[in-house]
Design a protein around this ligand. Structure first.
Ligand SMILES: O=P(O)(O)OC[C@H]1O[C@](O)(CO)[C@@H](O)[C@@H]1O
Length: 232
């Protein structure tokens, strides 16, 4: 984490803290687990306690996912906020420059799809615990190097509410604020945890076959989903 933190002064004397907790490959029964394995999926839970990294809100390290073979699509992911509030900060690098930066604010029950070719960081911008779940393909490992090399994501979210551009990133565009992707078309239902999709894994097919879902990626990234910038 030391490579991706904004407040370098704070870091000099920062305590050795546990920042967040990831529970991997969670399932409620053996039968569920065998469906999850058969479909090449993984369900994880992440808990990010409220904390500050000096003048910055606590966040995950940030990573990209690898390309799926030669499809030109990296593996996507989907999150659900189980408790608290999250800011998902997505970024896409193209031809060596930052082509798009998106922030999605999500609260309990919201689902947020991370489309292919976007890296992501999750920020807990509150003084309460954030608990979230994700479905993702189990067929890859995350790539951390680009975030480490740049000293973090394209923006840092400070505890006074400001979003500061990362000076080490080239030509950073303004943030586009989008709404959560609570789409019934991919099986999400208000008030229902997406863990339940273990009974309908076809609805999660886009996680392993992103090349078949252009309509979904268009929708997820569309300016029609514009939201107001979040208020602290
Ligand atoms: O790998 P990082 O950047 O620490 O981010 C952790 C997040 O990524 C995931 O490992 C999956 O992309 C989640 O389970 C977790 O919330």
């Amino acid at each position: 984490m030391t490579d991706v933190i904004y407040d370098i002064e704070w870091l000099k004397n920062a305590p050795d803290m546990e920042l967040y907790y990831m529970y991997r490959d969670v399932h409620m029964s053996r039968q569920d687990h065998s469906i999850i394995l058969d479909n090449g999926l993984r369900y994880d839970i992440t808990v990010i306690p409220p904390a500050r990294l000096g003048s910055e809100f606590i966040k995950t390290a940030g990573h990209y996912h690898p390309y799926k073979g030669d499809t030109g699509y990296t593996f996507p992911e989907v999150y659900e906020v189980l408790k608290g509030k999250a800011h998902y900060l997505l970024q896409k690098c193209e031809g060596g420059r930052m082509a798009d930066v998106v922030m999605i604010e999500a609260v309990e029950g919201d689902k947020v799809i991370i489309p292919p070719n976007y890296g992501h960081v999750t920020i807990n911008p509150s003084n309460k615990e954030l608990k979230m779940a994700n479905w993702v393909s189990r067929n890859f490992e995350s790539i951390y190097e680009p975030y480490k090399k740049c000293g973090g994501a394209a923006y840092y979210e400070l505890t006074d509410g400001r979003l500061i551009k990362n000076a080490r990133c080239d030509q950073v565009p303004e943030i586009r604020y989008l709404k959560p992707t609570n789409y019934s078309k991919v099986g999400f239902a208000k008030g229902k945890e997406m863990y339940g999709l273990v009974r309908d894994p076809g609805k999660l097919e886009y996680l392993n076959y992103p090349e078949k879902y252009d309509w979904l990626w268009e929708e997820v990234l569309s300016d029609k989903n514009r939201a107001e910038p979040p208020m602290l």
